[in-house]
Design a protein around this ligand. Structure first.
Ligand code: AHR
Length: 702
């Protein structure tokens, strides 16, 4: 049994049982042969394509939330991080201008937000203050407006105000020694202080663009000032929301036309221990009152240790639902099943007799935060469904309404457990699933087949979950690029009835799982494109798929590869992003079988293909992957096609260099290009570029 991530990854990288799947191992790039004629059986359509087939997997890893999608610029704004209350804050010149600076909890703002910073200066000084370093700096744009807000309370002395300066980092790193200030980008002074906590706001307009700015707060005068909930939030957010999300990143997601958004993970759902698990109820309501929690990815990898990684929950469950709505994706929350991460502590919440008999009773419906039983987790799930879908008259529905969303979020899917395995999972999954179904019979439940795509645990879980008539099983595969090409037939022999498959986490790893040297190379992406023809061909079995992880900050990542990379100002989609996008925007409505001349299998000779009809637009869509260094002419016989048009459109993603990547400076190095092509008969001819993924849209009906 694997015990840690690196161990598991080493195991998974080498231990994939390809041969048991009856596939041809070790396919190298070969020259194309004659079997390049394909027949698309337009007149023998297969299953409908799931309308939510291609979606997104979001997890707060690699600074995906704080420092990424969630654009708050101040790190540790409330000084609530246990034992490390000053993370992100550095006293100017090591505190030389201050008599004392400390974190205290003497008459705090609230019982949950019960720590704040107390700064005392013996005399007025420009150094009497501290600096917030942001998340690897703060990205600000020239002319951009940033709402500064803070809670202040004046103590003894004569502090007349708080000087607020947005400045460029004088010296990168912003450690305690980094006193030198860079260019001033914006300044203001907060005045009118009183002896009671009061919220103050001001708008800072940046005089310049800087990828590494920082926020300096100094006392105006001598004396004591209490400071809490310091925020600097861009006005430019998606849909201009007050607690909104980073525009460029949301746009990249929306452009994909994703079918669903899975959140909040990933292993973050589980936590390293049960007390560090993700608890959705702690992430809603007043943003200032949300208490931060350690991010389980902070120290997971020694080679990418990130001790300052915490979750502020500014991006909480309400915001996840709202994001799903904004990008037109079905929300798919994944919930803890009473198990901490099995790669870490493996803590378990006990299964109680009430769970076994159909869920918690009314008097058991309180949260045993310190010692939760499975009932607690089940109740959290039931309450979440009520929060998402319930009327204003229901206790949890009322909370959604109070947050500003009177209409239900129309939640249809929930995941029970992330990547759990073994009997411990199955014995918790079953009562959990039954309790949810008893109250919400229409809820679609996503179950887990564990972390590996094969092996005994996988087989046992899949068998049992099918016996339990699970609706959707979540399978994960992180493996070498060749695994993806070799496993294109993975689903060909899966049962066509009953339980469906969610390819919930997958990504080709160019070196090994967990290696910091993995690249989002074209080789990885084209191999995923090849594999995905197998997902599309099995539309009757596979109903959801998502690449993982989604986001990574170039200066703060733990895991690579990732679909979208960003710094504090810019972002780009990897070649893998474009593969996902091309599948999603060309998903069509009905699968069409594809035959190769000479009975060649899909993937034989490194030619991969799948086809769908788009009944909404009246087009046949053919996807072709030429994993070969040579151009490859193909003939596509659209068998039985009706109303064939002449103007086809090809979208081509290609690079002659399998190691090619996109970067912040060259974001479109490997990116799709559109070109028209002529359709002269139902035998469509087209020449595939070397190492290419091509989507052909041909006007025609089934
Ligand atoms: O995607 C990164 C991690 O891989 C996820 O958190 C976990 O579910 C899987 O092991």
């Amino acid at each position: 049994m694997p015990t840690s991530f690196p161990t598991r990854f080493a195991h998974a990288a080498t231990g994939l049982a390809l041969c048991t799947l009856g596939l041809t191992p070790g396919l190298a790039q070969t020259k194309p042969t004659a079997a390049n004629t394909l027949t698309v059986q337009v007149n023998k359509p297969g299953a409908p394509v799931s309308p939510i087939m291609y979606g997104l997997f979001f997890e707060d890893i690699n600074f995906a939330a704080d420092g990424g999608l969630y654009p708050e610029l101040v790190k540790n704004k409330s000084f609530e991080i246990q034992g490390q209350h000053f993370i992100g804050w550095n006293a100017i010149r090591g505190g030389a201008g201050l008599q004392t600076y400390t974190v205290v909890s003497d008459k705090p703002i609230s019982a949950t937000n019960n720590h704040f910073a107390r700064l005392t200066a013996a005399q007025a000084s420009p150094d009497a203050g501290f600096i917030n370093e942001g998340f690897r700096g703060m990205g600000v744009k020239e002319g951009g407006e940033y709402t500064f807000s803070v809670y202040l309370r004046r103590g003894p002395g004569s502090v007349g105000g708080l000087n607020v300066t947005l400045e460029e980092e004088g010296r990168r790193g912003a450690g305690p020694e980094a006193a030198a200030s860079g260019r001033v980008l914006a300044q203001t002074k907060i005045t009118g202080l009183t002896g009671e906590w009061k919220k103050y706001t001001a708008v800072l307009k940046s005089a310049g663009t800087a990828s590494h700015a920082r926020l300096k707060l100094t006392l105006d005068g001598a004396g004591t000032l209490d400071i809490d909930v310091v925020s600097l939030f861009p006005k430019d957010t998606y849909k201009n929301r007050e607690n909104g999300l980073r525009t460029d990143l949301v746009q990249l997601l929306k452009d994909m036309q994703p079918g669903f958004l899975r959140f909040p993970g990933g292993c973050i759902v589980e936590g390293r221990t049960l007390s560090e698990r993700y608890q959705w109820k702690e992430t809603i309501g007043d943003v200032a009152a949300r208490v931060p929690l350690v991010n389980r990815w902070n120290m997971e990898f020694k080679h990418r240790s990130t001790p300052d990684y915490y979750q502020s929950f500014g991006l909480g469950f309400y915001e996840y639902f709202q994001l799903s709505e904004d990008i037109g994706a079905e929300p798919v929350p994944i919930l803890n099943v009473g198990m901490a991460c099995q790669f870490n502590s493996s803590e378990l919440a006990p299964v109680t007799s009430s769970t076994a008999t159909g869920g918690p009773s009314a008097n058991e419906q309180h949260n045993h935060a310190d010692d939760p039983t499975l009932d607690t987790f089940i109740q959290d799930a039931l309450d979440l469904i009520e929060f998402a879908n319930g009327p204003a008259s229901s206790p949890w529905g009322a909370k959604r309404v109070a947050m500003g969303h009177p209409a239900p979020f129309n939640l249809k899917y929930i995941g029970i457990g992330n990547e759990q395995w073994g009997p411990q999972y199955l014995e918790r999954y079953e009562p959990f699933m039954k309790a949810v179904k008893a109250k919400y019979p229409k809820m679609n439940i996503v179950s887990s087949a564990g972390p590996s795509p094969d092996g005994e645990l996988f087989d046992k879980a899949s068998k049992r979950l099918r016996e339990l008539k699970a609706e959707v099983i979540d399978e994960h595969y992180y493996a070498k690029p060749e695994w993806f090409r070799e496993n294109v037939g993975r689903y060909d022999n899966y049962p066509t009835t009953g339980t469906k498959i969610f390819a919930g986490e997958y990504a080709a790893q160019t070196v090994a799982i967990g290696s910091p040297d993995n690249k989002n190379s074209w080789d990885a992406a084209i191999s995923e494109a090849a594999f995905m023809t197998g997902l599309e061909r099995n539309a009757d079995k596979v109903v959801m798929a998502s690449y993982a992880p989604l986001f990574a900050h170039v200066d703060a990542w733990q895991w690579t590869p990732d679909m979208i990379w960003f710094d504090n100002l810019k972002s780009y989609g990897t070649p893998n992003y474009y593969v996902q996008k091309l599948y999603a925007v060309n998903k069509g409505t009905t699968m069409l079988p594809v035959q190769r001349a000479g009975n060649a299998k899909n993937g034989q000779d490194n030619l991969f293909s799948s086809a769908v009809a788009d009944d909404k637009t009246g087009e046949i869509i053919v996807k072709l992957v030429n994993y070969s260094p040579e151009a490859r002419p193909v003939t596509i016989n659209l068998q039985g096609v009706k109303k064939l048009g002449k103007a086809g459109r090809a979208t081509v993603l290609a690079s002659s260099d399998l190691n090619a990547v996109n970067t912040l400076d060259q974001p479109m190095n490997v990116a799709p290009k559109d070109e028209p092509f002529k359709v002269s008969s139902s035998n469509v001819t087209y020449t595939l570029a070397p190492n290419s993924f091509t989507v052909l849209r041909i006007p025609g009906k089934r």
